[in-house]
Design a protein around this ligand. Structure first.
Ligand code: AMP
Length: 348
């Protein structure tokens, strides 16, 4: 596994349940994933001898975050299979490539245009109109590398905040809810999708997931259809997450982005589904049959961010709360420290 965060930790635990031993490869020591894994290698992602040694010691490689250099995956692929493939990394690491790929497939996104100067941004905003969102093409997550422009007056400040010349200008979507679909594709091409989940953010970080999403059946079916199309087209193996904007006044479902990995919005599947997103990913990359995606009942998941983790003793008094601690040594503001899932919740 390339990467040692909480997603790697939960994948490693799912792998252990199926009898596999996981070897974590990441530069950071004391990471959440290696605490529950068989072995760890601490080396940089461009350390080719270390990557080759690692690749020689494992049967199959996957990754838990999408900013792994494509060259790292390509170096490993010479001797050892890597799922998902490096093509999807290239697509999802660059917002412009990603949006072009989706639109070429006939999938609708926010209107967008790539720009490399403030003057070009001004031109594009004349077409796309305000409000709009400026995003750096690469390395954005949880709202980082993003700025909203409400009108021309805040454009210069927004441009300076991003301090990049590889930017995408996107029309602002006045959505009612955000949903995501976690799709899984096996090595034999079998595809399954979990029911769409509804996601609410606070300070640009996922705060609450409600599963299943409170949407009409037609929207549910259309979201699953689109996620299925994307995962099939990219010859993908593993779990792929597709995020959508849903608006009452817009007949179009719009894809915001795709993530080539298990996802925070799928944590509820650990307790609520017969086979979690983590187990499904392991099944897919190991060439096993996919598991059941049906769920036992409604679920809600909330992240424990920063000092929220200190509520753990209280949360553990609630028999309905399934509490997860990621084993991170240091509490930091904005850091994902754990999460809680409630099954069949009346309310939170
Ligand atoms: P992203 O990093 O692209 O996933 O964006 C983070 C969050 O910012 C999304 O989950 C949305 O809540 C919001 N956002 C991103 N792009 C747009 C957009 N074009 N219109 C409205 N809200 C957006």
């Amino acid at each position: 596994m390339l990467g040692g965060g909480q997603l790697g930790r939960m994948m490693s635990m799912a792998a252990a349940r199926l009898g596999y031993k996981t070897h974590i490869y990441c530069p950071e020591k004391n990471n959440p994933a290696e605490q529950v894994s068989y072995r760890a290698t601490h080396a940089d992602y461009d350390d080719i001898p270390a990557l080759e040694k690692f690749a020689g010691e494992v049967d199959v490689v996957t990754y838990e975050f999408e900013n792994i250099p494509v060259s790292t995956v390509e170096a490993i692929t010479k001797t050892t299979p890597v799922y998902p493939n490096s093509k999807v990394l290239e697509v999802s690491q660059d917002r412009l490539t990603e949006k072009n790929f989706l639109n070429d497939l006939g999938i609708v996104t926010a209107p967008y245009e790539g720009v490399s100067s403030l003057a070009q941004a001004v031109d594009v905003l004349n077409d796309i109109s305000y409000p709009a969102v400026l995003k750096t093409r690469r390395f954005g997550y949880d709202g980082k590398g993003q700025a909203i422009v409400k009108n021309g007056d805040d454009l210069i400040a927004a441009w300076q905040k991003l301090s990049s010349d590889k930017v995408i200008v996107e029309g602002f979507i006045d959505f009612d809810i955000e949903i995501s679909v976690l799709a899984i594709r096996g090595q034999d091409g079998e595809i399954k999708c979990f029911a769409p989940v509804e996601n609410q953010h606070k300070n640009h970080i996922l705060d609450l997931s409600i599963a299943p999403a409170r949407i009409d059946d037609e929207i549910r079916d259309e979201a699953i259809k689109q996620a299925t199309k994307i995962i099939k087209e990219i010859d993908y193996v593993g779990v792929l997450t597709v995020e959508f904007f849903v608006s009452k006044n817009d007949p179009m479902l719009r894809v915001n982005e795709i993530a080539p990995r298990v996802h925070n919005s799928g944590h509820w599947t650990i307790e609520a589904c017969l086979s979690s997103q983590f187990e499904q990913h392991i099944r897919a990359i190991c060439g096993l049959p996919l598991g059941d995606v049906s769920f036992k009942g409604e679920a809600r998941m909330t992240n424990l961010i920063g000092e929220d983790i200190l509520k753990m003793p209280t949360l553990l008094n609630d028999p309905a709360a399934n509490v997860h601690h990621y084993g991170k040594y240091e509490v930091r503001a904005g850091r994902k420290m754990g999460h809680v899932t409630w099954l069949y919740p009346d309310k939170i």
